[in-house]
Design a protein around this ligand. Structure first.
Ligand code: FRU
Length: 445
């Protein structure tokens, strides 16, 4: 990604925009019902690796390959309609993005397919196969999602990336669903009787950027993906959370002081104009009346305008009547002038909609250690506060992740995990989190 424009916005211009917009407005969508909060540059500037948030070094070359013959990465457990980790006849099920293991790590996203695994003990997983019959899923390839079990019906949500049937790969993303039947018996688990896959959510261009808008001078990544089922225990209403980008084109994204933080911070830390390209957000849509064919986009819960361009795989865990909203982001997705680790980040609020504040002051919850900065990624917190992630790239020395693709295939394969990482037990106390301990690889309680 090219970010050459280092010209800082002038303090005068900022002062003018402050005068117009009013200071320290906590929300970025006046018309949104006050629900959208911007993760600020000031909060991000407080990111610090410490023993509560930094993972111990993992030698990823020593991990078991979970799926012989396949690389796997983003993983999610089957949940029931209330969001609990499901167990059917003693079987737990996980789903993972996968690709044959002779595919170079940098190419796996181009041919991602969802496979599932089942286990009695939540530790030793048997590969069940592809989730959907060949040729039935939408998109050129399928990216992350979630799966909810209601009786014996499984509702699978996923990202349909690229238009199916078109040979040229594109980054268009649509949110899709399909409903099937889960069959569990003494031998294992299978899924049958899938109905016709359907697109259930598209970006509106207002709150959520369309791929056409992103093509107009964005320069960064694009996201409308990673649907995650959530039922609010307080209201019983059901939702999908997802990763998006703020709507509009880069040139329409005017700087607002609330993206930076306090007046003092802004005065001392002028915002580079290249930061305009960062527009990650955490989207939410209501499943109206529990009807999976009636899903209504709502304004985002969190935006990271001028802060970060990818807030991946967002999901909520409720604890002590508080809503904990987690998301993953990369070192190279921060806006110009900011930095943070490959990590899992989080926010807390007393309500599902609105009022989110970053956990631990900065938002950082889990980080890879600085001597192995890419060892794991794509973490997901279960209701039991077990954090499941995958082993990514290990022992790269000082190489940046962007350089891995220039190395020999042997180097790339031997430094790539492509399997589940050790599970992490998290503890939460109010707005503070802590790594409690490290559990076995791929362990789901
Ligand atoms: C995170 C991610 C997801 C996406 C998938 C594509 O690792 O970028 O947001 O669905 O990988 O492979």
């Amino acid at each position: 990604m090219i970010r050459k424009n280092k010209k800082a916005l002038s303090v005068l211009a900022l002062a003018a925009s402050i005068a117009v917009t009013g200071f320290a407005a906590p929300h970025s969508h006046a018309e949104s019902g006050e629900q959208t909060v911007n993760w600020t540059r000031e909060q991000v500037s407080k990111i610090e690796l410490n023993e509560d948030n930094t993972l111990p070094y993992t030698d990823i070359s020593k991990l078991d390959k979970m799926a012989p013959g396949y690389h796997i990465w983003d993983t999610w457990p089957l949940m029931d309609r209330d969001g609990n980790t499901a167990s059917v006849k003693g079987w737990k099920v996980i789903f993972a993005l996968s690709a044959p293991n002779d595919v170079l790590p940098g190419k796996v996203h181009d041919i991602a397919t969802i496979r599932y695994f089942y286990s009695k003990n939540g530790k030793d997983w048997t590969l069940g196969g592809e989730l959907f019959p060949k040729g039935t899923a939408l998109g050129q390839r399928q990216w992350a999602g979630s799966a909810m079990l209601d009786g014996d019906k499984i509702h699978a949500f996923y990202t349909a990336t690229g238009p199916e049937g078109q040979p040229q790969l594109t980054y268009e993303q649509r949110i899709a669903a399909a409903t099937g039947t889960m069959v569990a018996d003494k031998d294992g688990v299978r899924f049958e009787n899938w109905d016709k896959h359907r697109i259930i959510l598209l970006p509106d261009g207002k709150y959520y950027q369309t791929v056409e808008q992103a093509k107009q001078g964005e320069g960064g990544g694009y996201a409308f993906r990673d649907p995650m089922w959530f039922k609010d225990p307080q209201t019983g209403k059901e939702y999908l959370l997802f990763e998006g980008n703020s709507g509009g084109t880069a040139s329409q994204r005017q700087f607002k002081p609330e993206y930076a933080g306090s007046a003092e911070y802004l005065q001392q830390h002028p915002v580079p104009s290249g930061a305009v390209h960062a527009n990650g957000n955490i989207g939410i849509a209501e499943v109206v009346g529990g009807d999976l064919n009636n899903i209504k986009l709502l304004p985002p819960l969190v935006e990271a305008n001028y802060v970060n361009e990818e807030l991946e795989r967002p999901h909520v865990v409720v604890k002590d009547k508080k809503y904990y909203l987690f998301t993953d982001s990369h070192i190279n997705k921060y806006a110009e002038g900011l930095g943070g680790p490959e990590g899992m980040y989080g926010f807390v609020s007393d309500t599902l909609i609105g009022g989110y504040k970053p956990l631990n002051g900065s938002g950082l919850v889990l980080a890879n250690p600085s001597d192995n900065p890419y060892q794991a990624y794509s973490w997901l917190v279960t209701p039991e506060l077990n954090v499941v992630g995958f082993a990514h790239f290990g022992d790269l020395g000082s190489m940046s992740i962007g350089d891995v693709g220039n190395q020999s295939p042997e180097f790339q394969f031997s430094h790539f995990g492509g399997t589940l990482a050790p599970t992490v037990k998290l503890s939460i106390d109010g707005d503070r989190t802590k790594i409690e301990r490290i559990l076995p690889q791929g362990w789901i309680k």
